[in-house]
Design a protein around this ligand. Structure first.
Ligand SMILES: [Fe+2]
Ligand SMILES: [Fe+2]
Length: 277
């Protein structure tokens, strides 16, 4: 199939006049005859940026939530107020309470900033599933990603309780896969499951080995230097053709990947639009 992925919300903006950035991510997936929204940003920029970029969000057929963090789900209220009833594809654990606990002991809530009931009233028709599934022609969700690497230990500051006793493993984290003629394109939310775990899972689940592009948040900006080193080595083996690391990739990891993969690691921000063949 051919498709287009366009970033509507991100931490940084490109050259499209009047678009705004926020800590968050959202991408519009369009194909011949349909479209869906992958994540909704934090709620400050989605509708504004879509308008600036001449994208009509009323025409999307569904919403995907990569995981239950506020910076990917905060735009749900405004979106549903615009679209009315729509299927919302997510993992059953998406509404779990979650926090970042600072060194000072302060707990910052990071979960979905709305209740499930409130979103249902607005028209969210939740379709919750933890396994791999197709959601549109040539478009799939990984479901829960098997944590197969030893080095992808992820973000150690995330907890399931405000006292910081129980680590949040983000089991709900999933990515979207577009199966094109030239291979797979992966759209990542934060990729808390690990970039290499996610690429491995996508290849195994689809039976397709070639990865044409990866676009979205890699969370490498919140992971250890050792994890970044091992990720660089593993990426070389996978021969991913293009990597558009953005959102929670962060400056340091992006600079390293840009140096390690010249011409293959590319900047992405609000307005970046990728044609997939
Ligand atoms: Fe995020
Ligand atoms: Fe996240």
């Amino acid at each position: 199939m051919s498709a287009r992925v366009t970033i509507l919300c991100d931490n940084t903006v490109g050259p499209i006049a009047g678009t705004l950035g926020e800590h968050g991510f959202s991408a519009l997936i369009e194909w011949d005859g349909g479209s869906l929204l992958f994540d909704t940003g934090g709620g400050e920029t989605l509708l504004h940026n879509a308008l600036r970029m001449n994208r009509n969000l009323r025409s999307i057929s569904a919403v995907v939530l990569s995981h239950g963090h506020y910076d990917h789900t905060g735009g749900l209220r405004q979106l549903l107020q615009l679209t009315g009833k729509r299927p919302v594809y997510a993992h059953p654990g998406v509404f779990a309470p979650r926090y970042r606990v600072k060194d000072t002991g302060e707990a910052v809530p990071l979960g979905i900033p709305f209740s499930e009931d409130f979103l249902r009233v607005l028209g969210a028709d939740f379709d919750l599933c933890s396994t791999f599934r197709g959601i549109a022609p040539g478009v799939f969700l990984t479901g829960e990603v098997c944590r197969s690497t030893a080095f992808e230990i992820g973000d150690t500051g995330l907890y399931a309780d405000p006292l910081g006793n129980l680590r949040d493993e983000l089991i709900d984290d999933q990515s979207l896969i577009i199966k094109g003629e030239r291979g797979l394109t992966l759209v990542l939310g934060c990729c808390h499951a690990g970039l290499i775990n996610t690429i491995r899972a996508a290849r195994e689940l689809t039976g397709v080995q070639e990865v044409q592009a990866v676009i979205g948040g890699t969370h490498l900006g919140f992971s250890s230097a050792q994890q970044l080193d091992a990720t660089v080595s593993a990426l070389r083996e996978f021969r991913v053709r293009k990597i558009y690391g953005t959102h929670c990739t962060g400056f340091t990891a992006a600079a390293r990947l840009h140096r390690e993969f010249p011409g293959q690691f590319l900047a992405a921000q609000v307005g970046t639009s990728l044609e997939i063949i």
